[in-house]
Design a protein around this ligand. Sequence first.
Ligand SMILES: [Zn+2]
Ligand SMILES: [Zn+2]
Length: 138
Amino acid sequence: MAEYITEQKRTLKKILEDNCDRAYTVDELFCKMQALYPSKAPGKSTVYRLITHLVNEGAVKRFIKDGERKAAYQIVMGEHCDCHLHLKCTDCGKLIHLNDKISDELLSTVQSTSDFSVNEEATVLFGTCGSCKKHSER
Ligand SMILES: [Zn+2]
Ligand SMILES: [Zn+2]
């Protein structure tokens, strides 16, 4: 892979890592890269190719945004992801990063009441996110 592609991929990953609780469409990522790096922003098709690379590497998760037809992308593991639990919506696939402090409290409660230490990195709580819940209640 050419040097500048690697650089752009790193930039794209950084954007997603800095916003690890959000999911972006290719259009949104393209706009974000243009705003941040006007001189070396890649074209939309390159952004699409780069994000596909990241999905194949397992760094980024692709899912369909609630109520929209477009695919959205979110980082799977950000920089501090070994310090908190993750919640995963089984409807839209959104990954929610639980607050570090709340994770610790939850895990220490489990530890003290059940004498069980949870593997934080390997644990994902499955359920329904706020927007999918609202959607199904309508
Ligand atoms: Zn996380
Ligand atoms: Zn959802």
